[in-house]
Design a binder for this molecule. Structure first.
Ligand SMILES: Cc1cc2nc3c(=O)[nH]c(=O)nc-3n(C[C@H](O)[C@H](O)[C@H](O)COP(=O)(O)OP(=O)(O)OC[C@H]3O[C@@H](n4cnc5c(N)ncnc54)[C@H](O)[C@@H]3O)c2cc1C
Length: 334
């Protein structure tokens, strides 16, 4: 019995750590050498209890990432500070995690607890005689598995292989993003909406700023564009990403689960992508363990996962829909 995970990002590492906890052998197939670049530094404070459950909270605490208490929002009105919240232990604080470092730490923990990391690309899926997913084809040959958890990100590797439709919930949205160095005195992290989209600026390391601009495809800024206040700063060329809201129609089935961006993508306005990736990786692994170790019915486990992740996605879609209606953006009019 073994589980194969496609991709070693936050969802893949979280799934692996849960499975290893239950003594289930895990192979992670990852196409890129780590550390590898990935945008998305702002971690919601909600990741902390998840990482504690996975036994890797020290990865966050010892890394020295910049902390913040909330977000400055200029969303349809004057700029105001929106705190994350507070409890009896004090205010909640998010992290500006350098993703290449954060992801490498998580994958390193999975490796040191026994996950086999296979350097290679998944190019196909293996099916058994009953048409259940039974492994993957990699650049190094076939790898058989009792379950495959697809954590390959927005490329939706398994959904494409299994011809699972991807359902869109927004017009085509694109992100342009980059990093600059310099002195910027505006409040950060901040998000501001205008008539064509929104702009995010966060100080991810002292005097190093990550910016993201999200628009509809036809309003995509050119590659030289920078947010006001950061123009003239030194920086690498910007990059682009498709952040159209979308979800795979089937999120689990015979022999497989989809987790993280591979299951569902929303634009990064709420900075929940990594939280959703870690939590869905954990939930997929938990349900695989329920079936493999506790004898739970596989179909029930798949249905429970489908319901759980679909309702989370739908809830976020409604919340974001109403936020965009407030500022008449992207065709979501009030
Ligand atoms: C511009 C931008 C800004 C963002 N900002 C934030 C933010 O501030 N906060 C936040 O929480 N989220 C943010 N996000 C979202 C966040 O980056 C993602 O939600 C998160 O990375 C998803 O994690 P994952 O593990 O599902 O996938 P990924 O992190 O994408 O990891 C997938 C891994 O799978 C590997 N892989 C892919 N295909 C294959 C294959 N065929 N074979 C083998 N390996 C494969 C890839 O190499 C990669 O390492 C942002 C996204 C964008 C585009």
């Amino acid at each position: 019995m073994q589980v194969v995970i496609i991709g070693g990002g936050p969802s893949g590492a979280a799934a692996a750590l849960m499975l290893l906890d239950a003594q289930i052998p895990v192979t992670i197939v990852e196409q890129k050498p780590f550390p590898r670049f990935r945008p998305g530094e702002t971690l919601h404070p909600g990741v902390e209890p998840l990482l504690t459950r996975l036994g890797v909270a020290h990865q966050l605490q010892s890394a020295g990432y910049v902390r913040h208490l909330g977000v400055w929002s200029g969303w349809g009105g004057a700029m105001q500070f929106v705190p994350y919240g507070t409890d009896t232990n004090g205010p909640w604080r998010g992290y500006q995690a350098i993703r290449a470092d954060f992801d490498q730490r998580l994958l390193g923990s999975a490796r040191s607890r026994g996950a086999q990391i296979l350097a290679g690309k998944v190019s196909g899926v293996l099916l058994n005689a009953s048409h259940e997913v039974a492994g993957v084809m990699t650049s190094d040959g076939p790898v058989r598995a009792t379950y495959v958890i697809d954590c390959s990100g927005g490329a939706h590797t398994l959904a494409r292989q299994l011809h699972i439709p991807i359902v869109w919930y927004s017009p085509q949205l694109v992100a342009r993003f980059g990093y600059v160095s310099g002195r910027f005195d505006g409040p950060t992290p901040s998000i501001c909406a205008d008539q064509y989209g929104w702009t995010w600026i966060a100080e991810v390391a002292p005097n190093c700023f990550q910016w993201t601009r999200v628009t509809e495809a036809q309003n995509r800024p050119d590659s030289a564009w920078r947010p006001q206040g950061l123009r003239g700063f030194e920086g690498e060329p910007s990059r682009g990403a498709d952040v159209t809201w979308r979800i795979a129609k089937s999120l689990a089935g015979p022999g497989y689960f989809l987790a993280g961006d591979s299951a569902a993508v929303l634009d990064p306005s709420s900075s929940h992508g990594v939280l959703r990736a870690i939590m869905s990786g954990m939930m997929a692994a938990h349900l695989a363990v329920r079936h493999l170790c506790d004898g739970a019915d596989a179909q029930d486990c798949a249905a429970a996962y489908q319901d759980w992740l679909t309702s989370w996605f739908q809830h976020d879609v409604e919340t974001m829909n109403s936020a965009y209606r407030k500022v008449n953006l992207f065709g979501f009019y009030g």
